[in-house]
Design a protein. Structure first.
Length: 135
């Protein structure tokens, strides 16, 4: 049944080197890198005025529109914090408004850092909301 010779043959495995295969994601990656480099300024500007990338050629850029969407969600979060904090007396004025504004400020800084470093990373807690079309 099992003999020493068969076991030795099984131990000796053939090593076959895989040939490099041209991958479609390689060309898309280079296209994405050029998109990031070309529209990095617009993505950063989006965190100051969210609709600016929509008025320029950057509206065709996935990178710029991603950050425009993140900025729009950030602005809506700021409006929500302001409304809720302004309506609720004392608790809203002294707890919700200061901490809400600090939260939005920290998220804006994170978004700016992500845009400047060329990352399409969603903001914590609110980044999963997509209002603008994904292309």
């Amino acid at each position: 049944m099992f003999n020493k010779k068969n076991m030795e043959e099984n131990k000796q495995e053939e090593v076959v080197e895989a040939e490099p295969v041209e991958n479609a994601s390689t060309s898309e990656s280079s296209k994405s890198d050029s998109d990031v480099e070309k529209n990095k300024g617009m993505a950063i500007l989006a965190y100051f005025i969210f609709f600016i990338p929509m008025l320029t050629d950057a509206k065709e850029s996935k990178f710029a529109m991603f950050h425009a969407n993140q900025s729009l969600v950030l602005v809506l979060t700021l409006v929500g914090v302001s409304v809720v904090g302004g309506i609720i007396p004392f608790l809203g004025w002294f707890i919700i408004l200061p901490f809400g504004y600090l939260f939005v400020f920290v998220l804006a800084i994170l978004g700016l850092i992500n845009a400047a470093s060329g990352k399409m990373k969603e903001l914590p807690l609110i980044g999963g909301i997509h209002i603008l079309d994904k292309k």
